[in-house]
Design a protein around this ligand. Structure first.
Ligand SMILES: [Zn+2]
Ligand SMILES: [Zn+2]
Length: 206
């Protein structure tokens, strides 16, 4: 499996390109900004995008949806409860003094338990509300793409619309921490971590 990490946009969200080595099919997780940078990395790696996936609807994970869809023709996939945010991207970016284009509507709704298949890879959708209502993580054995649900030593903020602290804690404890301890967690901001390390050291989850 090919995994490329790119920091995109002014809030430095992590965008991941995940690709199948044998078929060169790939997905882009959280095209948050800098579409040219993402497209260049795809070209460099000779990968063909099958899906554009948003772990949640915040603008820093979604802003390049429109330009990435135009450039690749790939469908946009998000949990249905976060899709309404697609029309609020410009307004919510303004609250941070930033700019964002709104996203075209989703082509695919991802619900808990759904599978995203490309090449020989299957990513399983785990609905993890709390940071937002429709937040999801994407899991394949050994790897979890967690969006803003879980960070190294921290958790996503819960003070934005749709956020709820208790819901987030229970999402992590019941669903994320059910995975193997050696699963690598690719977070929405900052460095990677593992399930085992967060279980042992994350101050929000003791
Ligand atoms: Zn977020
Ligand atoms: Zn974020």
């Amino acid at each position: 499996m090919i995994i490329k990490k790119l920091e995109v946009g002014p809030i430095m969200a992590n965008c991941f390109i995940v690709g199948c080595e044998s078929t060169k099919e790939a997905v882009v997780i959280d095209p948050g900004d800098d579409p040219d940078k993402i497209l260049m990395k795809l070209a460099e790696s000779e990968l063909k995008v099958k899906y554009l996936i948003n772990t949640h609807g915040h603008f820093d994970h979604v802003s390049a949806n429109k330009r990435m869809k135009k450039a690749t023709g790939a469908p946009i996939a998000i949990h249905p409860e976060d899709e309404p945010m697609f029309n609020e991207l410009s307004n919510s970016a303004k609250m941070f003094g930033l700019e964002s284009e709104n996203s075209p509507p989703a082509d695919i709704h991802l619900n808990d338990g759904d599978e995203v298949k490309f090449g020989e890879i299957t990513l399983k959708v785990i609905h993890t509300p709390g940071h937002s209502k429709g937040g999801i993580c994407l899991y394949t054995k050994g790897h979890l793409f967690a969006g803003d649900t879980l960070f190294a030593g921290s958790i996503g903020r819960t003070d934005l619309p749709g956020g709820d602290f208790d819901t987030l804690i229970s999402s992590v404890k019941q669903k994320v921490f059910a995975l193997d301890d050696d699963t690598v967690v690719y977070t929405g901001h900052g460095p990677e971590t593992t399930i085992g390390r967060e279980k042992a050291t994350n101050p929000f989850l003791r």
